[in-house]
Design a protein around this ligand. Structure first.
Ligand SMILES: NC(=O)N[C@@H](CC(=O)O)C(=O)O
Ligand SMILES: [Zn+2]
Ligand SMILES: [Zn+2]
Length: 381
Protein backbone atom coordinates (compact mmCIF):
# COMPACT_ATOMS: atom_id res chain seq x y z
CA UNK A 1 0.00 0.00 0.00
CA UNK A 2 1.24 3.49 -0.73
CA UNK A 3 0.05 6.71 0.81
CA UNK A 4 0.94 10.26 -0.02
CA UNK A 5 -0.37 13.58 -1.12
CA UNK A 6 -2.88 13.57 -3.90
CA UNK A 7 -1.58 13.36 -7.45
CA UNK A 8 -1.39 16.75 -9.08
CA UNK A 9 -1.12 18.46 -5.71
CA UNK A 10 2.57 18.07 -5.20
CA UNK A 11 3.91 19.04 -1.84
CA UNK A 12 6.38 21.90 -1.78
CA UNK A 13 9.75 20.68 -0.52
CA UNK A 14 9.29 22.39 2.82
CA UNK A 15 5.73 21.35 3.37
CA UNK A 16 4.69 18.51 5.64
CA UNK A 17 1.13 17.33 6.07
CA UNK A 18 -0.48 19.22 8.92
CA UNK A 19 1.98 22.12 8.77
CA UNK A 20 1.62 25.44 7.00
CA UNK A 21 3.72 26.03 3.89
CA UNK A 22 6.37 28.74 3.96
CA UNK A 23 4.16 31.21 2.08
CA UNK A 24 1.31 30.61 4.45
CA UNK A 25 -1.05 28.31 2.61
CA UNK A 26 -2.40 25.94 5.17
CA UNK A 27 -1.77 22.39 4.16
CA UNK A 28 -3.60 20.89 7.08
CA UNK A 29 -6.27 19.73 4.68
CA UNK A 30 -3.90 18.22 2.12
CA UNK A 31 -5.94 15.27 0.91
CA UNK A 32 -4.50 11.89 1.69
CA UNK A 33 -4.37 9.46 -1.17
CA UNK A 34 -3.78 5.78 -0.71
CA UNK A 35 -3.41 2.92 -3.12
CA UNK A 36 -4.43 -0.56 -2.02
CA UNK A 37 -4.64 -3.98 -3.52
CA UNK A 38 -8.23 -4.07 -4.70
CA UNK A 39 -10.50 -5.19 -1.85
CA UNK A 40 -13.21 -7.85 -1.66
CA UNK A 41 -16.46 -7.76 0.28
CA UNK A 42 -16.73 -10.89 2.42
CA UNK A 43 -20.42 -10.37 3.27
CA UNK A 44 -22.96 -8.76 0.98
CA UNK A 45 -26.65 -9.10 0.10
CA UNK A 46 -27.17 -8.61 -3.61
CA UNK A 47 -30.85 -9.71 -3.67
CA UNK A 48 -32.36 -10.69 -7.00
CA UNK A 49 -34.09 -9.45 -10.15
CA UNK A 50 -34.65 -5.67 -10.37
CA UNK A 51 -33.04 -4.87 -7.02
CA UNK A 52 -30.00 -6.98 -7.93
CA UNK A 53 -29.61 -5.00 -11.14
CA UNK A 54 -29.94 -1.73 -9.24
CA UNK A 55 -27.42 -2.43 -6.48
CA UNK A 56 -24.82 -4.62 -8.17
CA UNK A 57 -22.89 -1.76 -9.88
CA UNK A 58 -22.06 -0.25 -6.48
CA UNK A 59 -20.38 -3.44 -5.28
CA UNK A 60 -18.73 -4.13 -8.62
CA UNK A 61 -17.16 -0.68 -8.82
CA UNK A 62 -15.28 -1.25 -5.57
CA UNK A 63 -14.77 -4.93 -4.99
CA UNK A 64 -13.25 -7.61 -7.22
CA UNK A 65 -15.16 -10.38 -5.45
CA UNK A 66 -17.85 -10.73 -2.83
CA UNK A 67 -19.30 -13.44 -0.64
CA UNK A 68 -22.95 -13.33 -1.69
CA UNK A 69 -25.36 -14.22 1.08
CA UNK A 70 -28.02 -16.81 0.22
CA UNK A 71 -31.03 -15.36 2.09
CA UNK A 72 -33.24 -14.75 -0.91
CA UNK A 73 -36.98 -14.95 -0.36
CA UNK A 74 -36.64 -18.54 -1.43
CA UNK A 75 -33.20 -19.26 0.01
CA UNK A 76 -30.30 -20.72 -1.94
CA UNK A 77 -30.20 -24.19 -0.41
CA UNK A 78 -28.65 -26.28 -3.17
CA UNK A 79 -25.69 -26.03 -5.48
CA UNK A 80 -28.09 -26.02 -8.42
CA UNK A 81 -29.80 -22.94 -6.94
CA UNK A 82 -26.43 -21.31 -6.25
CA UNK A 83 -25.37 -21.95 -9.85
CA UNK A 84 -28.56 -20.37 -11.19
CA UNK A 85 -28.23 -17.37 -8.82
CA UNK A 86 -24.60 -16.96 -9.83
CA UNK A 87 -25.63 -16.88 -13.48
CA UNK A 88 -28.19 -14.16 -12.74
CA UNK A 89 -25.52 -12.10 -10.96
CA UNK A 90 -23.05 -12.55 -13.82
CA UNK A 91 -25.74 -11.50 -16.30
CA UNK A 92 -26.47 -8.37 -14.23
CA UNK A 93 -22.85 -7.19 -14.17
CA UNK A 94 -22.12 -3.96 -15.97
CA UNK A 95 -20.47 -4.48 -19.36
CA UNK A 96 -16.78 -5.30 -19.12
CA UNK A 97 -16.89 -6.20 -15.43
CA UNK A 98 -14.89 -9.19 -14.22
CA UNK A 99 -16.54 -9.14 -10.78
CA UNK A 100 -16.63 -12.61 -9.29
CA UNK A 101 -19.52 -13.57 -7.04
CA UNK A 102 -18.44 -16.09 -4.40
CA UNK A 103 -21.56 -18.11 -3.70
CA UNK A 104 -22.87 -19.55 -0.45
CA UNK A 105 -25.44 -22.14 0.54
CA UNK A 106 -28.13 -21.59 3.16
CA UNK A 107 -27.84 -24.24 5.87
CA UNK A 108 -31.06 -25.93 6.99
CA UNK A 109 -31.84 -28.66 9.51
CA UNK A 110 -31.79 -31.06 6.58
CA UNK A 111 -28.84 -30.02 4.41
CA UNK A 112 -27.49 -33.38 3.21
CA UNK A 113 -23.81 -34.27 3.28
CA UNK A 114 -24.05 -34.87 -0.46
CA UNK A 115 -24.96 -31.20 -0.97
CA UNK A 116 -21.86 -30.15 0.99
CA UNK A 117 -19.77 -32.42 -1.21
CA UNK A 118 -21.34 -30.95 -4.35
CA UNK A 119 -20.69 -27.47 -2.97
CA UNK A 120 -17.00 -28.15 -2.46
CA UNK A 121 -16.72 -29.77 -5.88
CA UNK A 122 -18.50 -26.88 -7.62
CA UNK A 123 -15.58 -24.47 -7.36
CA UNK A 124 -17.98 -21.53 -6.96
CA UNK A 125 -19.52 -22.19 -3.53
CA UNK A 126 -17.20 -20.81 -0.87
CA UNK A 127 -19.17 -21.14 2.33
CA UNK A 128 -22.35 -22.29 4.03
CA UNK A 129 -24.43 -19.75 5.92
CA UNK A 130 -25.94 -20.60 9.26
CA UNK A 131 -28.98 -18.45 10.10
CA UNK A 132 -30.64 -19.44 13.35
CA UNK A 133 -34.32 -19.72 12.33
CA UNK A 134 -36.05 -16.38 12.88
CA UNK A 135 -32.84 -14.42 13.66
CA UNK A 136 -32.92 -11.99 10.72
CA UNK A 137 -34.24 -11.16 7.24
CA UNK A 138 -35.41 -14.28 5.38
CA UNK A 139 -34.24 -16.71 8.03
CA UNK A 140 -37.51 -18.63 8.33
CA UNK A 141 -35.96 -21.67 6.67
CA UNK A 142 -32.89 -21.44 8.91
CA UNK A 143 -31.57 -23.89 11.46
CA UNK A 144 -33.87 -24.65 14.40
CA UNK A 145 -31.26 -26.70 16.27
CA UNK A 146 -27.62 -26.80 15.21
CA UNK A 147 -27.42 -30.28 16.77
CA UNK A 148 -29.27 -31.47 13.67
CA UNK A 149 -26.45 -30.29 11.43
CA UNK A 150 -23.64 -32.44 12.85
CA UNK A 151 -23.16 -34.47 9.69
CA UNK A 152 -23.13 -31.39 7.46
CA UNK A 153 -20.66 -29.61 9.76
CA UNK A 154 -18.41 -32.66 9.87
CA UNK A 155 -18.41 -32.75 6.06
CA UNK A 156 -17.60 -29.04 5.89
CA UNK A 157 -14.77 -29.55 8.36
CA UNK A 158 -13.37 -32.44 6.32
CA UNK A 159 -13.68 -30.52 3.04
CA UNK A 160 -12.49 -27.18 4.41
CA UNK A 161 -15.71 -25.36 3.50
CA UNK A 162 -16.25 -22.45 5.91
CA UNK A 163 -19.32 -22.03 8.10
CA UNK A 164 -20.54 -18.43 8.02
CA UNK A 165 -22.53 -17.59 11.11
CA UNK A 166 -25.22 -15.06 11.90
CA UNK A 167 -24.36 -15.21 15.59
CA UNK A 168 -27.49 -14.33 17.50
CA UNK A 169 -29.83 -16.46 19.58
CA UNK A 170 -33.51 -16.03 18.83
CA UNK A 171 -34.76 -16.78 22.36
CA UNK A 172 -37.27 -14.01 23.08
CA UNK A 173 -36.29 -14.15 26.75
CA UNK A 174 -32.83 -12.85 25.81
CA UNK A 175 -32.47 -9.08 25.51
CA UNK A 176 -31.94 -8.11 21.88
CA UNK A 177 -28.65 -6.35 22.76
CA UNK A 178 -27.31 -9.52 24.40
CA UNK A 179 -28.15 -12.00 21.66
CA UNK A 180 -24.67 -12.14 20.16
CA UNK A 181 -22.91 -12.68 23.48
CA UNK A 182 -25.41 -15.36 24.49
CA UNK A 183 -25.04 -17.07 21.10
CA UNK A 184 -21.29 -17.29 21.65
CA UNK A 185 -21.75 -18.84 25.09
CA UNK A 186 -24.55 -21.23 24.21
CA UNK A 187 -23.78 -22.24 20.64
CA UNK A 188 -20.57 -21.01 19.06
CA UNK A 189 -18.20 -22.24 21.78
CA UNK A 190 -19.62 -25.71 21.36
CA UNK A 191 -19.31 -25.71 17.57
CA UNK A 192 -15.67 -24.63 17.82
CA UNK A 193 -14.97 -27.33 20.43
CA UNK A 194 -16.77 -30.11 18.54
CA UNK A 195 -15.32 -29.25 15.12
CA UNK A 196 -11.80 -28.01 15.80
CA UNK A 197 -10.80 -27.89 12.13
CA UNK A 198 -13.99 -26.26 10.87
CA UNK A 199 -13.37 -22.78 9.48
CA UNK A 200 -15.89 -20.40 11.01
CA UNK A 201 -16.63 -16.74 10.30
CA UNK A 202 -18.57 -14.89 12.98
CA UNK A 203 -20.30 -12.56 10.55
CA UNK A 204 -20.83 -8.89 11.36
CA UNK A 205 -19.40 -9.12 14.87
CA UNK A 206 -20.85 -6.28 16.94
CA UNK A 207 -19.65 -6.71 20.52
CA UNK A 208 -16.53 -6.60 22.64
CA UNK A 209 -17.50 -10.13 23.73
CA UNK A 210 -17.47 -11.27 20.10
CA UNK A 211 -14.10 -9.65 19.39
CA UNK A 212 -12.56 -11.20 22.50
CA UNK A 213 -13.97 -14.61 21.61
CA UNK A 214 -12.55 -14.48 18.09
CA UNK A 215 -9.16 -13.20 19.26
CA UNK A 216 -8.86 -16.03 21.80
CA UNK A 217 -10.17 -18.75 19.47
CA UNK A 218 -7.98 -20.93 17.25
CA UNK A 219 -6.90 -19.67 13.81
CA UNK A 220 -9.91 -21.44 12.28
CA UNK A 221 -12.19 -18.71 13.69
CA UNK A 222 -12.42 -15.28 12.05
CA UNK A 223 -14.93 -12.42 11.85
CA UNK A 224 -16.21 -9.82 9.43
CA UNK A 225 -16.79 -6.22 10.50
CA UNK A 226 -19.28 -3.87 8.87
CA UNK A 227 -18.57 -0.20 8.24
CA UNK A 228 -21.76 0.86 10.00
CA UNK A 229 -20.93 -0.99 13.20
CA UNK A 230 -17.47 0.61 13.12
CA UNK A 231 -18.93 4.09 12.62
CA UNK A 232 -22.07 4.13 14.74
CA UNK A 233 -23.17 3.21 18.21
CA UNK A 234 -26.77 2.54 19.21
CA UNK A 235 -27.54 6.20 19.82
CA UNK A 236 -27.70 6.55 16.04
CA UNK A 237 -31.02 4.69 16.03
CA UNK A 238 -32.62 7.34 18.25
CA UNK A 239 -30.92 10.55 17.15
CA UNK A 240 -33.71 13.15 17.35
CA UNK A 241 -36.33 10.44 16.77
CA UNK A 242 -36.55 6.86 15.58
CA UNK A 243 -34.16 6.22 12.68
CA UNK A 244 -35.19 3.15 10.73
CA UNK A 245 -32.25 3.42 8.33
CA UNK A 246 -29.85 2.80 11.23
CA UNK A 247 -31.67 -0.39 12.17
CA UNK A 248 -29.92 -3.61 11.27
CA UNK A 249 -29.21 -6.97 12.79
CA UNK A 250 -27.30 -7.55 14.88
CA UNK A 251 -28.54 -4.24 16.24
CA UNK A 252 -26.02 -1.42 16.85
CA UNK A 253 -24.43 -1.61 20.29
CA UNK A 254 -22.98 0.69 22.96
CA UNK A 255 -19.94 2.87 22.34
CA UNK A 256 -17.62 0.58 24.30
CA UNK A 257 -18.47 -2.21 21.86
CA UNK A 258 -17.88 0.02 18.83
CA UNK A 259 -14.48 0.91 20.24
CA UNK A 260 -13.61 -2.78 20.55
CA UNK A 261 -14.64 -3.34 16.91
CA UNK A 262 -12.40 -0.50 15.72
CA UNK A 263 -9.50 -1.88 17.78
CA UNK A 264 -10.01 -5.30 16.16
CA UNK A 265 -10.22 -3.84 12.64
CA UNK A 266 -6.98 -1.87 12.99
CA UNK A 267 -5.17 -4.56 15.01
CA UNK A 268 -3.58 -6.15 11.96
CA UNK A 269 -4.91 -9.53 13.09
CA UNK A 270 -5.67 -11.74 10.08
CA UNK A 271 -8.82 -12.91 11.88
CA UNK A 272 -10.68 -9.71 11.04
CA UNK A 273 -11.70 -8.65 7.57
CA UNK A 274 -14.09 -6.49 5.60
CA UNK A 275 -17.71 -7.55 5.19
CA UNK A 276 -20.07 -4.66 4.49
CA UNK A 277 -23.30 -6.58 5.16
CA UNK A 278 -24.78 -4.09 2.73
CA UNK A 279 -28.44 -5.10 2.92
CA UNK A 280 -30.78 -3.15 0.64
CA UNK A 281 -34.45 -2.87 1.55
CA UNK A 282 -36.71 -0.46 -0.33
CA UNK A 283 -37.82 2.64 1.54
CA UNK A 284 -41.39 1.51 1.99
CA UNK A 285 -40.26 -1.56 3.92
CA UNK A 286 -37.78 0.39 6.08
CA UNK A 287 -40.04 3.32 6.97
CA UNK A 288 -42.85 1.20 8.31
CA UNK A 289 -44.52 0.23 11.58
CA UNK A 290 -42.47 -2.96 11.47
CA UNK A 291 -39.43 -1.97 9.44
CA UNK A 292 -36.92 -4.38 7.93
CA UNK A 293 -33.41 -4.76 9.32
CA UNK A 294 -30.52 -3.78 7.08
CA UNK A 295 -28.32 -0.86 6.10
CA UNK A 296 -27.31 -0.15 2.50
CA UNK A 297 -23.60 0.75 2.34
CA UNK A 298 -22.43 -0.66 -1.00
CA UNK A 299 -22.40 2.83 -2.57
CA UNK A 300 -19.48 3.71 -0.26
CA UNK A 301 -18.37 0.20 0.57
CA UNK A 302 -14.61 0.87 0.84
CA UNK A 303 -14.72 4.62 1.41
CA UNK A 304 -16.50 4.30 4.77
CA UNK A 305 -13.82 1.93 6.06
CA UNK A 306 -11.16 4.41 4.96
CA UNK A 307 -12.90 6.99 7.15
CA UNK A 308 -12.76 4.62 10.12
CA UNK A 309 -9.08 3.78 9.64
CA UNK A 310 -8.17 7.42 9.06
CA UNK A 311 -9.95 8.54 12.21
CA UNK A 312 -8.10 5.82 14.13
CA UNK A 313 -4.75 6.92 12.66
CA UNK A 314 -4.36 3.48 11.08
CA UNK A 315 -4.72 3.90 7.31
CA UNK A 316 -1.66 1.71 6.86
CA UNK A 317 -3.68 -1.21 8.26
CA UNK A 318 -6.55 -0.85 5.80
CA UNK A 319 -5.03 -2.97 3.04
CA UNK A 320 -4.61 -6.04 5.25
CA UNK A 321 -8.15 -5.74 6.54
CA UNK A 322 -9.79 -4.99 3.20
CA UNK A 323 -7.67 -6.89 0.70
CA UNK A 324 -5.48 -9.57 2.29
CA UNK A 325 -6.96 -11.21 5.39
CA UNK A 326 -10.17 -12.35 3.70
CA UNK A 327 -8.54 -14.14 0.74
CA UNK A 328 -6.01 -15.76 3.08
CA UNK A 329 -8.79 -17.13 5.28
CA UNK A 330 -10.78 -18.45 2.32
CA UNK A 331 -7.68 -19.92 0.69
CA UNK A 332 -7.81 -17.61 -2.32
CA UNK A 333 -5.18 -15.40 -3.90
CA UNK A 334 -5.25 -11.67 -3.28
CA UNK A 335 -6.41 -9.53 -6.19
CA UNK A 336 -3.90 -8.18 -8.66
CA UNK A 337 -5.49 -4.83 -9.42
CA UNK A 338 -5.13 -1.76 -7.27
CA UNK A 339 -7.58 0.89 -6.12
CA UNK A 340 -6.71 4.46 -5.20
CA UNK A 341 -8.71 6.41 -2.65
CA UNK A 342 -8.52 10.12 -1.98
CA UNK A 343 -9.60 11.87 1.15
CA UNK A 344 -12.15 14.15 -0.41
CA UNK A 345 -15.74 14.64 0.57
CA UNK A 346 -18.64 13.86 -1.76
CA UNK A 347 -22.37 14.17 -1.20
CA UNK A 348 -24.53 11.08 -0.82
CA UNK A 349 -27.92 11.22 -2.54
CA UNK A 350 -30.96 11.51 -0.28
CA UNK A 351 -32.35 8.45 -2.03
CA UNK A 352 -31.50 6.17 -4.93
CA UNK A 353 -34.32 6.07 -7.45
CA UNK A 354 -35.23 2.51 -8.34
CA UNK A 355 -37.59 3.52 -11.15
CA UNK A 356 -34.93 2.94 -13.82
CA UNK A 357 -34.71 -0.63 -12.52
CA UNK A 358 -38.47 -0.91 -12.89
CA UNK A 359 -39.32 -0.57 -9.21
CA UNK A 360 -41.80 1.90 -7.82
CA UNK A 361 -39.73 2.82 -4.79
CA UNK A 362 -36.39 4.23 -3.62
CA UNK A 363 -33.44 2.99 -1.63
CA UNK A 364 -32.11 5.17 1.19
CA UNK A 365 -28.35 4.73 1.38
CA UNK A 366 -26.14 5.13 4.45
CA UNK A 367 -25.39 8.85 5.05
CA UNK A 368 -28.29 9.84 2.78
CA UNK A 369 -28.23 13.59 2.23
CA UNK A 370 -24.88 13.86 4.02
CA UNK A 371 -21.35 13.18 2.83
CA UNK A 372 -18.59 10.58 2.75
CA UNK A 373 -15.00 11.66 3.36
CA UNK A 374 -13.11 9.44 0.90
CA UNK A 375 -13.70 8.81 -2.76
CA UNK A 376 -12.33 6.42 -5.34
CA UNK A 377 -9.84 8.08 -7.66
CA UNK A 378 -8.90 5.10 -9.74
CA UNK A 379 -9.37 1.39 -10.13
CA UNK A 380 -6.76 -0.23 -12.27
CA UNK A 381 -3.71 -2.40 -12.60
N1 LIG B 1 -28.03 -7.38 8.51
C1 LIG B 1 -29.31 -7.11 8.39
O1 LIG B 1 -29.85 -6.32 9.17
N2 LIG B 1 -30.06 -7.68 7.42
C2 LIG B 1 -29.63 -8.66 6.47
C3 LIG B 1 -29.56 -10.04 7.04
C4 LIG B 1 -28.38 -10.29 7.95
O2 LIG B 1 -27.24 -10.16 7.54
O3 LIG B 1 -28.58 -10.63 9.11
C5 LIG B 1 -30.61 -8.67 5.30
O4 LIG B 1 -30.56 -9.59 4.49
O5 LIG B 1 -31.40 -7.73 5.18
ZN1 LIG C 1 -26.75 -11.64 9.50
ZN1 LIG D 1 -25.94 -9.98 6.22
Amino acid sequence: MTTGPRKGQERSPTARPGRPRAHGINLERTPVSLTLIRPDDWHVHLRDEALLRAVLPDTVRRFARAIVMPNLKSPVRTVAEARAYRERILAARPAGSAFEPLMTLYLTDNTPVAEIERARASGFVHGVKYYPAGATTHSDFGVTDIGRCDDALAAMEALSLPLLVHGEVTDSAVDVFDREAVFIDRILQRIVARFPNLKIVLEHVTTRDGVEFVMAAPATVAATLTAHHLLLNRNAMFHGGIRPHAYCLPVLKRERHREALVAAAISGSPKFFLGTDSAPHVRRTKEAACGCAGVYTAHAGIELYAEVFKAAGALAKLEGFASLHGPAFYGLAANRERITLIEESWPVAAAIDLAPAGMDDTLVPFRAGESVGFRIAEVGV
